[in-house]
Design a protein around this ligand. Structure first.
Ligand SMILES: *Cc1c(COP(=O)(O)O)cnc(C)c1O
Length: 222
């Protein structure tokens, strides 16, 4: 078996069956994705729209493509025909533009609302008050071609496992608190990456986004 297939198998063996593994393939060549695909993997995550479009064109059409990066609203139209789940809806303008482009494609697009949970100030996302306001105002229902499937968050980049767990627990509590407001489709909690996915699962994640532990370290100069 290739390294990629081995890595996938060992990660999958640790995941409960209700947890979806999104293999984060950003910066990696299509050949690596094909290897993971041949090993049975179908969910892949990218953080740049153009790169995802190029890979979508080159690779098998039954791949589920996840946009996990920060969303620039002028790029939404390029992924609207095929994207499976947009994790990074971090402001209302993104919901509005996804709705518009989804309608043009006669689709309903699934999204996650990105929530700011890290103590670091650089991470994007709604805070709890903004989310509650979006619910209480009823405005989230103004986007009929968007289906809000859940929440996504990223913990602080730190070795402090206690802090990471606190941040994941905060997101899980918020998820439980608001899930009824969004109805039955609201079932996905995306949290956990290569370094912290087991902590995320212990805290209640059911979707992990794992890159380097599958494909190896990324080389941004390549
Ligand atoms: C790159 C990235 C990941 C994967 O990171 P790894 O540490 O390589 O597993 C997960 N989520 C987001 C949002 C990312 O940008």
């Amino acid at each position: 078996m290739s390294n990629i297939a081995n890595n996938l198998q060992s990660i999958l063996s640790e995941l409960p069956s209700d947890v979806t593994l999104v293999a984060v393939s950003k910066t990696k060549p299509s050949a690596d994705i094909q290897e993971a695909y041949d090993a049975g993997q179908r969910h892949f995550g990218e953080n740049k729209v153009q790169e995802m479009v190029d890979k979508w064109e080159a690779l098998p059409k039954d791949i589920h493509w996840h946009m996990i990066g920060h969303v620039q609203t002028n790029k939404i139209k390029h992924m609207a025909p095929f994207v499976h789940l947009i994790h990074g809806c971090d402001r209302e303008k993104v919901l509005k533009m996804v709705n518009k482009e989804a309608a043009k494609n006669d689709r309903t697009i699934d999204v996650l609302l990105q929530v700011h949970i890290a103590e670091e100030s650089s991470k994007f996302g709604f805070d709890e008050a903004e989310l509650l306001e979006l619910i209480e105002s009823g405005r989230w229902q103004e986007y009929p071609n968007v289906r809000i499937r859940g929440l996504m968050g990223m913990a602080t980049f730190t070795d402090d496992k206690g802090q990471i767990t606190r941040e994941f627990n905060t997101l899980k509590s918020l998820f439980d608190k608001i899930s009824k407001s969004f109805g039955e489709a609201f079932d996905t909690l995306s949290m956990g990456m290569s370094g912290d996915y087991s902590l995320a699962i212990d805290a209640g994640s059911n979707m992990v986004r794992v890159g380097s532990a599958i494909f190896g370290a990324r080389n941004y100069d390549a």
